[in-house]
Design a protein around this ligand. Structure first.
Ligand code: 6GU
Length: 272
C-alpha cells in the first residue's frame, strides 16, 4: 500500500525514530516495504512569492485559513506521481468519527492520500472540489490534522498483511470482531485483561486459570472477560444497547453556535 500525506509539517512523518511512524510496527512495515508513507510539503506547491499556504479569513475572525491553490496543486501533483488511484481522506473535526470498521475498509485500498489541515481550517471550495472522505478521530480539538493523520495511518498499517509479528494478536484485541458473531459493528468487544510474570506481584495474584494449561478454559475465560468489560465500560458497543439518536434535534438542545468561543452567542438570523 502507498500512503501519501499532504501537510505543512512533513518532518512529523519521518521513517526514523523519534517520529511516531518511525518506531515500532509502522517503522518495521515501512522497512519491509509493506507500506510506503510519502509525506509531501504543501508549501512546495504554493505559487505565491513567499510560498504562503494560508491567508486571513474572509469575514474576519481569528486564525488563518489554508488556501485553495497550494492544496489543489499538491493533491493533483502527488496523485500524478503514481498510477494507482488514491482514495482521498481529509482529517478534520467536522468528519465522521473514525471506527475500526472504517480502518479495515481503508486498509483494503491500494493507495490513500491523507490531507492534514492546520490553522483554523481549509477553504471550503477546495474541499468541495477534492471531495475527500472527511474523518475525525474524536470529539475534541487538536492543533492540526497531523496527529490525527498519524493515528489513522498507524491503525491502517497494523492491519496490512505481514505488519504484525503474530496475526493472532490483531484478531484478539479490542474492537476486533468476535469469531461467529457476524460482522455487525456491534460484534466488537473490548480486550480482556493480560498478565505476565511474576505470578504474584505486591500480593496481587494473576488469575489461576491462565496458568492451568487448559487452553479451552483460557479461551472461554478471556471471552467472558471481554463481554463483562464491554458491558461494564462500553455498553454502547453491544447489540441491545439503546443507541443514542444519531441526528439529535438541534432545537431540543440549543448548543453553542459553531466557530464561536464558548459563552458567546450571537448567531445571525435567530435574534428577535
Ligand atoms: Cl482530524 N483534526 C483536528 N484538528 N482536531 C481533531 C481531529 C482532527 N479529530 C478530532 N479532533
Amino acid at each position: 500500500m502507498r500512503i501519501d500525506v499532504l501537510t505543512t509539517f512533513p518532518e512529523m512523518f519521518a521513517a526514523e525514530p523519534p517520529a511516531a511512524l518511525g518506531v515500532s510496527i509502522p517503522a518495521r512495515a515501512r522497512a519491509a516495504g509493506i507500506v510506503e508513507v510519502v509525506a509531501t510539503d504543501i508549501r512546495a506547491y504554493a505559487e505565491n512569492k513567499h510560498a504562503k499556504t494560508d491567508d486571513r479569513p474572509f469575514g474576519g475572525g481569528p486564525g488563518m485559513v489554508m488556501m485553495c491553490q497550494p492544496i489543489w496543486d499538491a493533491v493533483r501533483g502527488v496523485e500524478a506521481s503514481d498510477p494507482r488511484p488514491a482514495h482521498r481522506v481529509l482529517l478534520t473535526p467536522q468528519g465522521r468519527p473514525l471506527t475500526q470498521a472504517m480502518v479495515e475498509r481503508l486498509a483494503g485500498l491500494p493507495r490513500l492520500l491523507v490531507l492534514a489541515g492546520h490553522y483554523e481550517g481549509i477553504d471550503e471550495r477546495v474541499i468541495e472540489a477534492l471531495a475527500p472522505e472527511e474523518i475525525s478521530i474524536g470529539d475534541y480539538v487538536l492543533s492540526g490534522g497531523e496527529l490525527a493523520a498519524m493515528v489513522l495511518i498507524d491503525a491502517v498499517v497494523r492491519l496490512l498483511p505481514g505488519a504484525l509479528g503474530d496475526q493472532e494478536s490483531a484478531l484478539a484485541e479490542s474492537f476486533s470482531t468476535v469469531a461467529g458473531a457476524g460482522d455487525s459493528p456491534h460484534a466488537r468487544l473490548l480486550d480482556c485483561p493480560h498478565f505476565t510474570r511474576p505470578r504474584v506481584w505486591q500480593g496481587r495474584e494473576a488469575p489461576e486459570i491462565l496458568v492451568s494449561g487448559d487452553h479451552a478454559k483460557v479461551a472461554r475465560w478471556r471471552l467472558e472477560q471481554r463481554l463483562a468489560r464491554t458491558r461494564d465500560r462500553r455498553p454502547d458497543l453491544l447489540p441491545n444497547d439503546p443507541q443514542p439518536d444519531p441526528q439529535p434535534d438541534p432545537q431540543a438542545n440549543p448548543a453553542e453556535p459553531a466557530c464561536q468561543p464558548p459563552g458567546r452567542v450571537d448567531s445571525p438570523g435567530t435574534g428577535s
